[in-house]
Design a protein around this ligand. Structure first.
Ligand code: SF4
Length: 360
């Protein structure tokens, strides 16, 4: 087994300039920093697509061309939550203090878009000499078609999110926006909707929210519920993602609680997805908290039985089940033409996520 090198932190330097030290840590973790608060990181699935012809569940569920997808965050170190399962770099985990709730400055969205695409191409250029790589896929990958605004941190803390989405769209990319639903004001006022909007939940009531998501700002549970209330007003497909942790939020009672939220939000899709034991979360949760695919499926069946959402697809490697009332999938790209019926190549659930943090 290859052991990861421990990262040494210069605490004296961090007192003088915390961001210099924090960005140095992120770079060691293979994040490519863009401007003052954004980052791009290679997704595990980009690598799998290029070298093994295996595609992610977003390809199967939504038509995303895995090898042409950029995984980025406009808020890599900032969030209003401090979730138990999070892999974001956080003060408590590394002993360096910074204000996690506010971006230190606001970069121009053009700088972020161009920087993100430049860094993605830089990441991919490393594959040019790799004999395992499919040349055609690599050529296509150099011209990205999709961006997942997720990765880590809370993207709705970036005040120019609307312009960021618009700029990506103008460059011909689809956008998946993943948020923990804490800024209904920002979402309601987007001038342009993302191609698909994800809201992530681990808790179904306030008590649980305080335990699992540890909010750093007041009224976040109430704001999360407000976001669910406005979700039906979006015209883009919406996803309620429920991240499940064994022994924590997978009981019959939990299924009932989540079912009520689903009926309130009426999302296009529900994804029931296993927590992945990666990054800093490994210090807070034991590996056994990561449920097996069959356990995720059993829980998804419980939710399905309590809602009007049947199970329509699944991805074994990603331990995720898709529920929807749609009869036919809405495709947002040309990936995986067999859609929900695409077979899971190399379909066993493996520990491969141990090496990479991939938000979606
Ligand atoms: S909302 Fe996301 S980025 Fe923020 S602490 Fe939770 S998991 Fe981490």
């Amino acid at each position: 087994m290859v052991r990861r090198k421990k990262i040494k932190i210069d605490f004296e330097e961090a007192k003088k300039d915390p961001y210099k030290v924090l960005f140095a840590i992120l770079r060691k973790q293979k994040y490519h920093i863009v401007g003052h608060h954004s980052a791009v990181k290679k997704c595990h699935w980009t690598h799998a697509a290029l070298t093994e012809g295996r595609f992610c569940y977003k390809c199967k569920f939504y038509g995303i061309e895995t090898h042409r997808c950029v995984q980025m965050s406009p808020s890599v170190l900032w969030c209003w939550n401090s979730c138990i399962h999070c892999w974001r770099l956080r003060p408590k985990d590394i002993g360096i203090e910074w204000d996690q709730t506010k971006l230190p400055t606001v970069d121009d969205p053009k700088l972020i878009v161009e920087g993100a695409l430049r860094e993605q191409r830089r990441i991919l250029s490393g594959y040019k000499g790799n004999p395992k790589v499919n040349r055609k896929l690599l050529e296509e990958a150099l011209n990205p078609k999709h961006v997942a605004i997720s990765l880590t941190g809370e993207p709705s803390l970036y005040p120019r999110l609307s312009e960021l989405i618009q700029l990506f769209h103008r460059k011909g990319l689809t956008t998946f926006l993943v948020t923990r639903a804490i800024r209904p004001d920002i979402l309601a006022n987007l001038d342009e909707e993302p191609s698909q909007l994800y809201v992530s939940f681990e808790a179904w009531n306030k008590e649980m929210y305080y335990k699992l998501n540890t909010p750093l700002a007041p009224r976040l549970w109430e704001l999360s519920v407000k976001t669910l209330e406005i979700l039906p007003s979006f015209t883009c497909p919406t996803v309620m993602r429920i991240t499940v942790m064994k022994g924590i939020n997978m009981s019959e009672k939990d299924a009932e609680g989540f079912a009520k939220l689903i009926e309130l939000a009426q999302p296009t899709y529900v994804e029931v997805k296993a927590y992945m034991h990666v990054g800093a979360s490994t210090k807070r949760l034991p590996r056994e908290t990561m449920p097996k695919h069959v356990e995720v499926k059993e829980f998804a069946k419980l939710i399905s039985g309590k809602t009007s959402y049947p199970i329509v697809s699944e991805s074994i490697p990603s331990r995720v089940i898709l529920l929807s009332r749609l009869k036919k999938p809405i495709r947002l790209g040309k990936g995986c033409p067999e859609g929900w019926r695409t077979p899971d190549i190399g379909g066993e659930e493996s520990g491969e996520y141990g090496k990479y943090a991939s938000e979606i």
